[in-house]
Design a protein around this ligand. Structure first.
Ligand SMILES: [Zn+2]
Length: 286
C-alpha cells in the first residue's frame, strides 16, 4: 500500500493550480512574442519592399541614361516590375513619384515609406559607369541637333560630326575619366548611347572610298561593364548633314576572334589592345 501510494504521488501529473499557472505563463509569452514577431516581419517586408523599389529605380535610371528621351511613367514601371519580379511583399502598389523642381524621380509604395534612389542624380549616374559630364555633353549634342532641325540620334561618331570640336570634347572627357585609350591613335570613333558602347580605331575612315566595302578592326569599351573587346566594323556611307560633305560611319559590328582560347582574355585594355594591333596588321596586309 505504501508502495502504491508513493507511485501514485510520483505520477500524479499537474494540479489544476499548476496548469493554470502554466497557461497564464504561456499566455504572457504569446502576448509578448506575437507583436515582437509581427513587427520583425513587418520590418523585413519593408526592407524587402525598399530593396525591390531600388532595383526598379536603378533599372529605369540605366535606361534613362542610355536614352534620355524615354518616358518615365507607371507603364514603364509596371513593365520592369514583371520583368524583374520586383513586387511589394505586402501587396502595396508601386508608382513613379516625380520631383519636377529637382528633376528627379523615385519609386513609391502605397504601403511602405522609404525613398528610392541615390542622394543625388549625379551619384546615380556615376554608379552606372557614365559620368554626368558625358551625359551633359550628349544632351548638348541633342540640343545642337534639335536647333538644326534633326532628331537626337542614338549614336554619335567622328564621321557624323562635321564639328571638329566634338572629337576633342569627347577625347578630353574620356581622358579625364581614365578610360584607357590611346588618344593619339584614335582617328575614328563612335559612341552608341543606347548600349553605352564606345568604339574607336586608329584607321581614319574619312579617307576610305565609300564604293568599296571596307571592314576595319575597332576597339570597343563597354561603359557599363568597363570591359574592352576587339570588333570588326563595316565602313558605310552616312547621310550628308554638315557642309554638304560625305561622311562615313562604322556599322555592322562582328566580334573579332583571334582564337577561341585567347578571346576570353580580351577584357582588359592591355589584352584587347594587343589583339587590336594584331588585327590592324592583318588589315594593312589584306
Ligand atoms: Zn511596399
Amino acid at each position: 500500500m505504501v508502495f502504491m501510494k508513493s507511485m501514485n504521488t510520483h505520477n500524479r501529473g499537474f494540479t489544476l493550480a499548476e496548469l493554470l499557472i502554466v497557461i497564464a505563463v504561456i499566455g504572457v509569452l504569446v502576448a509578448i512574442s506575437i507583436p515582437l514577431f509581427t513587427s520583425q516581419l513587418a520590418k523585413a517586408r519593408e526592407a524587402a519592399c525598399l530593396s525591390n523599389r531600388d532595383t526598379l529605380y536603378r533599372h529605369i535610371m540605366i535606361d534613362l541614361i542610355s536614352d534620355p528621351s524615354i518616358t518615365v511613367d507607371d507603364d514603364l514601371l509596371a513593365k520592369y516590375e514583371s520583368q524583374d519580379g520586383a513586387h511589394c511583399p505586402s501587396k502595396g502598389i508601386y508608382k513613379i513619384k516625380k520631383d519636377e523642381a529637382k528633376g528627379t524621380f523615385s519609386v513609391a509604395c502605397s504601403k511602405h515609406t522609404g525613398e528610392t534612389g541615390e542622394s543625388s542624380p549625379s551619384d546615380a549616374l556615376t554608379k552606372t559607369g557614365l559620368s554626368t559630364e558625358i551625359i551633359d555633353l550628349l544632351k548638348n549634342y541633342d540640343e545642337i541637333a534639335t536647333e538644326n532641325g534633326y532628331k537626337p540620334v542614338s549614336t554619335y561618331d567622328s564621321g557624323a560630326v562635321g564639328l571638329n570640336t566634338r572629337t576633342d570634347e569627347f577625347l578630353n572627357l574620356l581622358k579625364k575619366y581614365n578610360l584607357a585609350l590611346d588618344a593619339d591613335q584614335m582617328k575614328t570613333w563612335q559612341f552608341d548611347r543606347s548600349n553605352s558602347f564606345f568604339y574607336w580605331t586608329p584607321v581614319d575612315i574619312s579617307n576610305l572610298p565609300v564604293s568599296n566595302k571596307q571592314t576595319i578592326p575597332v576597339l570597343r569599351y563597354n561603359l557599363k561593364t568597363a570591359t574592352y573587346t576587339v570588333w570588326i566594323a563595316d565602313v558605310t556611307s552616312g547621310d550628308k548633314i554638315v557642309n554638304d560633305g560625305d561622311y562615313k560611319v562604322l556599322s555592322g559590328y562582328q566580334k573579332y576572334e583571334p582564337s577561341t582560347n585567347e578571346n576570353s582574355k580580351q577584357q582588359t585594355y592591355e589584352n584587347a589592345s594587343k589583339h587590336l594591333q594584331n588585327a590592324l596588321e592583318k588589315y594593312k596586309h589584306s
